[in-house]
Design a protein around this ligand. Structure first.
Ligand SMILES: Nc1ncnc2c1ncn2[C@@H]1O[C@H](COP(=O)(O)OP(=O)(O)OP(=O)(O)O)[C@@H](O)[C@H]1O
Ligand SMILES: [Mg+2]
Length: 464
């Protein structure tokens, strides 16, 4: 579908509507644009496989290259392709039917004179083109004779296509020359900006330009907002069905159309560390040969000079994300005066350990009869040593934001909090220092007001 819409954009369309008739005996899909259309001679040429020389110079906004897309994309989904086009007040229509080609063994296109029963023709604008797919064999492979299951299968494929199109053409849908309206069965689709560039918590780096003989390659790095800064639906929309880990990386645009999404192109691994990094790479169509753009425009090989530049970008990103990560780790130690878990570095390895010096814990330990204290500290050590690292690693790999510490309400935390407050006040700490130290970490950080109230209550009780 993206291949077909490429042609619509090149033809200057501002509106592309996809209409799918999935129920019924003969399902069909039509992609209808309001571009400049084709006259009969142009249509004949367009129907020819390899209608253009790949070496031709193309206009700056032309998304085509090989003269194949219309045919190859259509035949990957259907066995019958009809193109209906209106230009200068005249309608022309032609059909490729692969069954007929197979039967007659002749590659001959059929002209359609009578369009009365042709689906969707009433939707043709003053000028524009309809690409009509019938005999949707690829989209309903398993269920040739079961109309309901076939419809469900086609609808599933359409919803996957919907996300793909919202991403591929987001720059055009956001307003790039001219703004493109994309509709699916009457519903206007919204663009997906993979950089969430309008979100205030997104961090864009400056644009960098690499001037080359055949044009400029432009790059810009973005750090997506942390999952706590966006709503669940924004987060899911950005990550898509594959999730953030698998969608980090370069986003390569050819003439503002996304051709490769979310890959480090062999320059780095997709890791948790760089999960929020996405890099926009813009290339013009004048570099197709250098980039070895393939027929589906879904693959490209970078020229060495670009590869070097992108490698530097990756190294820089890995450096900064490591620093950000470490800084956050450091923060845990510096600012967090009273964590329940300590994070220690030993022989280059990091150890998490329950903090037996936390006043909630040490206060409780002190209140125990002497003979129980050792047993209590041993239990704590067991909990620390039993931290299930392997399953944590596995869970974090899929999506760290879905891994949570246990939840506890304040009622169950209050006993420990009270012990801690009494201990800290007993050590001569002021009430406000005690509250801020205790609340610098979870789980009490989420209950700062409760801790404050509890502290006031304790102080009042002591005064009476
Ligand atoms: N929707 C359309 N509106 C106007 N002209 C079109 C449309 N679709 C196709 N054409 C014409 O048909 C030609 C062939 O299209 P096709 O997609 O097969 O090849 P291409 O776009 O030239 O190159 P590529 O193989 O890279 O897509 C186009 O060059 C264009 O002239
Ligand atoms: Mg094309």
């Amino acid at each position: 579908m993206a291949d077909i819409i490429d042609n619509s954009i090149t033809a200057g369309a501002s509106r592309v509507e996809i209409v799918a008739e999935t129920i019924g005996e003969d399902p069909w899909i039509a992609i209808i644009d309001n571009g400049k259309g084709m006259d009969e001679a142009e249509l004949v040429e367009a129907m020819r496989p390899g209608s253009r020389n790949p070496l031709d110079e193309r206009a700056g906004h032309d998304l085509g290259r090989f003269g194949l897309g219309l045919k190859s994309a259509s035949f990957s989904q259907c066995r019958q392709l009809t193109v209906i086009s209106r230009c200068d007040g005249r309608i022309s229509a032609a059909t490729w039917d692969l069954d007929k080609v197979a039967k007659t063994n002749v590659w001959k296109v059929d002209f359609e004179d009578d369009l009365t029963d042709m689906p969707s023709t009433d939707r043709l604008a003053e000028t524009g083109t309809i690409v009509l797919w019938r005999k949707l064999d690829r989209l309903s492979t398993g269920y040739i004779n079961d109309a309901n299951k076939r419809a469900a299968e086609i609808n599933k494929a359409l919803s996957a296509a919907e996300r793909h199109l919202r991403l591929c053409f987001h720059r055009y849908m956001e307003g790039f020359r001219p703004r493109l309206s994309l509709l699916l069965n009457g519903r206007k689709l919204q663009p997906i900006d993979p950089f969430a560039s309008q979100h205030k918590a997104t961090q864009p780096d400056p644009v960098e330009v690499l001037p080359l003989a055949k044009g400029n390659v432009e790059t810009q790095c973005y750090t997506l907002p942390h999952h706590k800064m966006v709503s669940k639906s924004e987060w899911d929309d950005l990550g898509g069905p594959e999730g953030h880990l698998r969608t980090q990386g370069f986003y390569i645009y050819r003439e503002k159309r996304l051709i490769i999404a979310g890959s480090w192109l062999g320059l780095a691994r997709q890791t948790e560390l760089t999960k929020l990094s996405r890099v926009r790479v813009d290339i013009p169509n004048t570099m197709d040969a250098d980039w070895k753009i393939d027929v589906r425009k879904a693959n490209a090989q970078m020229p060495p000079v670009v590869r070097d530049r992108l490698r530097k970008i990756v190294e820089r990103l890995q450096g900064t994300s490591k620093r950000t990560y470490k800084r956050r780790g450091q923060k845990l130690v510096d600012e967090t005066k009273l964590p329940f878990w300590t994070r220690n570095l030993k022989d280059g390895k990091i150890f998490y350990r329950p903090n037996s010096d936390h006043p909630a814990i040490s206060g409780f330990a002190d209140s125990l009869p002497e003979e129980f204290r050792h047993g209590f500290r041993t239990c704590l050590k067991l909990v620390g040593a039993g931290l299930p690292m392997e399953s944590l690693h596995a869970d974090m790999l899929g999506g760290a934001e879905d891994v949570h510490a246990d939840e506890a309400d304040f009622a169950s935390l209050a006993v420990g909090a009270e012990t801690a407050i009494r201990t800290l006040l007993g050590m001569g700490m002021t009430a406000s220092d005690a509250v801020s130290s205790l609340c610098s970490n979870e789980p009490l950080r989420s209950h700062k007001e409760d801790v404050r109230r509890l502290t006031e209550g304790i102080l009042e009780g002591e005064q009476q």
